[in-house]
Design a protein around this ligand. Structure first.
Ligand code: ADP
Ligand code: MG
Length: 255
């Protein structure tokens, strides 16, 4: 199978008046279609920088990033990006928020509107379509933000600590929810998180980055003997603990 994303020997430093910060050093990895990859690493090691490079907001100083064999460009519509804050607009209804991306791109086609209708119904947001964001729970808001991103049918979805603004209980529920949705929609995704359990529960592979400048310290394939793999089922599976210990030990080599 051909990889969807190829990150080849990528390095980047930030240059500021105060000095130079080496953020990423010789990072290489592939991502295959339908795969869910989690990236973990110490705070400040360069995780967000890496996602900003993959979506074309930054350009690598060295190395190449290819999506489907071709270079990424700024505002690449093949990529969807979801951040910690949901960035829903309070003055728009949930429905109007979900349409926003397509509206900006002038892509409000019948087919895409039908896809949105399907997702609103399937994922329980239909009855909230005329509400404003402040009337929804944190979890429902993240769902709306996800549907807004999926509506553009991105080939690759980037998630930068999307649950870290939520309290623990909500976080478990929302990550389970979003993990299920992404598997159902067969999305290829990269999740950046500093939460080891979250990474294991959602990902097919976990990449561990070293402290700054980040290098790929280890790549760990995650497999569960589960018929119906959801994040919550994974957390309860017997293999979970050994993955946790393995990644914990790797991260502590950094400390
Ligand atoms: P993470 O997401 O892993 O916490 P970041 O990718 O945000 O880390 O940042 C990596 C390092 O680069 C940090 O030391 C941060 O202070 C620095 N950094 C991030 N953005 C900039 C910038 N625009 N200019 C200078 N330094 C930056
Ligand atoms: Mg970050």
């Amino acid at each position: 199978m051909k990889p969807l994303l190829e990150v080849i020997d990528v390095s980047l430093s930030y240059h500021a008046v105060s000095g130079e910060t080496a953020a990423l050093s010789h990072i290489s990895f592939n991502l295959f279609p339908g795969e869910f990859l989690a990236i973990v690493g110490p705070s400040g090691c360069g995780k967000s920088t890496l996602l900003n490079l993959i979506c074309g907001l930054l350009a690598p100083e060295q190395g190449v990033i290819l999506l489907d064999g071709s270079p990424i460009n700024l505002g690449d519509c093949r990529i969807g990006y979801m951040l910690q804050k949901d960035h829903l607009l309070e003055w728009r209804t949930i429905y109007k928020n979900v349409l926003l991306g397509l509206e900006i791109r002038k892509e409000l086609t019948r087919e895409k509107l039908d896809y949105i209708e399907d997702m609103l119904t399937t994922y329980g947001l239909d009855k909230f379509r005329n509400c404003h964001p402040s009337q929804l729970s944190g979890g429902m808001r993240q769902r709306a933000a996800l549907i807004r991103t999926l509506a553009m049918k991105p080939e690759l979805l980037l998630l930068d600590e999307p649950f870290s603004a939520l309290d623990y209980q909500t976080r478990l529920n929302v990550s389970d929810d979003i993990g299920k949705i992404l598997r159902q929609e067969k999305k290829t995704a990269i999740l950046v998180t500093h939460d080891i359990a979250e990474a294991i529960s959602m990902a097919d592979r976990v990449i561990i980055l070293s402290s700054r400048p980040a290098t790929v310290q280890k790549i760990i394939p995650v497999k569960f003997d589960l018929e119906n793999r959801t994040p919550l089922n994974s957390r309860n599976a017997p293999e979970f603990k050994s993955y946790f210990n393995l990644i914990w030990k790797e991260l502590n080599k950094n400390a």
